[in-house]
Ligand binder design. Structure first.
Ligand SMILES: NC(=O)c1ccc[n+]([C@@H]2O[C@H](COP(=O)([O-])OP(=O)(O)OC[C@H]3O[C@@H](n4cnc5c(N)ncnc54)[C@H](OP(=O)(O)O)[C@@H]3O)[C@@H](O)[C@H]2O)c1
Length: 311
């Protein structure tokens, strides 16, 4: 925000400005010409926000609500205490769990759904509001600091976002916060980022069954399958490594694949590629790329034989 010209920022959190990291960060902002105020208090306390408004060095121009807990009460408190007519934006951070659901996290999912309804409510009052549903963040925030949660979400197929992705989305959420006149509820200020389609090697096997020429280009098809095998491998190993970091030149054994993981891969290979590979074949493979080529060759031969027999 400072890079975009913000000159005054107020931080409200229970520990705002208290840690050494916060001190360094606030100093950095000051060096860039931004004045900051911190209020180390609980957003659940309704009198706090009034205090913030009264003590703000400048009239408040925008609000970004990012607390993960107390989304509902915190948002109401911000809404009640900050005069909305003068705001340029009122951005609420939400999670894809409000759209997709999340096992064992129904309260969190419900709170995120509430935020979307709250945007609608503020719009009905002619007040700015926008909501940003994000998937898991790999490099900053709550999830990135908890490797087991990160691994669990990766295994569930959640796409990981990085800080620049969220900053881009935030910029859009700020720009789209003002209410647009409309008779019906129609808004461009409710947005989500972090959906992705999951490619499944079994789909490729189905396509090859009808047209084996799909695998004529050995290099490309081998690489494609190597990526799929690599992704499965990361999942089986509960690795925190991202798909983008996959090095297809690496040997499975270098990546930490052991006998048990090899059995998982062999079973998945049977299901996805409808062919056989031995556990030793996996453990001794020189690279993921080699495994990909092997899978492509197996698939092609299998379906060519089958098509020949059907003639
Ligand atoms: N990180 C992710 O992967 C992810 C994914 C989807 C959605 N989101 C959403 O993005 C937002 C930010 O997430 P995050 O990962 O940055 O969360 P975070 O690391 O837990 O940070 C939340 C911030 O809220 C403050 N806070 C918490 N309770 C508060 C309270 N009662 N009063 C005042 N401040 C309070 C915390 O500071 P104090 O502890 O000092 O109070 C902290 O600065 C959240 O709304 C979250 O739901 C995050």
């Amino acid at each position: 925000m400072v890079e975009c010209g913000a000159k005054h920022l107020i931080y409200v959190s229970r520990s705002a400005g208290k840690s050494k990291d916060d001190e360094n960060f606030l100093h950095e902002l000051q060096v860039h010409g931004c004045r900051t105020q911190t209020f180390a208090e609980d957003v659940a306390d309704s009198s706090l926000i009034k205090k913030v408004v009264q003590n703000a060095a400048k009239p408040i121009a925008g609000v970004i609500q990012m607390s993960m807990i107390l989304k509902v009460q915190g948002t109401w408190n911000l809404h009640n205490a900050i005069p909305g007519k003068d705001l340029d934006f009122f951005v609420l951070f939400s999670s894809l769990s409000g759209i997709l659901g999340q096992i064992g996290q129904v309260n969190y999912a419900a709170a995120n759904t509430f935020l979307k309804a709250f945007v609608q409510y503020r719009y009905s009052l002619g007040l700015p509001a926008s909501v940003l549903d994000i998937s898991a963040m790999a490099d900053i925030g709550y999830v990135s600091n908890r490797p087991s949660v990160l691994a669990q979400l990766r295994c569930a197929g959640m796409q990981m976002l990085k800080e620049p992705d969220v900053l881009d989305a935030l910029r859009l959420a700020i720009l789209r916060s003002l209410p647009t006149p409309s008779a019906a509820y129609e808004t461009t200020s409710t947005m989500a980022t972090g959906f992705h389609s999951v490619s499944n090697p079994a789909h490729l096997a189905t396509a090859v069954a009808t047209d084996t020429s799909i695998l004529d280009d050995e290099e490309t098809s081998g690489e494609l399958l190597a990526i799929q095998i690599g992704k499965q491998l990361l999942t089986f190993m509960l690795s925190t490594e991202s798909e983008e970091e996959l090095d297809l030149g690496r040997a499975p054994s270098d990546m930490g694949v052991d006998f048990l993981v090899s059995i998982e891969i062999r079973n998945s290979w049977r299901q996805s590629f409808r062919s056989e590979i031995t556990v030793l074949g996996i453990l001794n493979a020189h690279s993921l790329k080699d495994l990909g080529k092997m899978a492509a060759k197996n698939l092609k031969e299998k379906f060519e034989r089958r098509n020949e027999a059907m003639k």
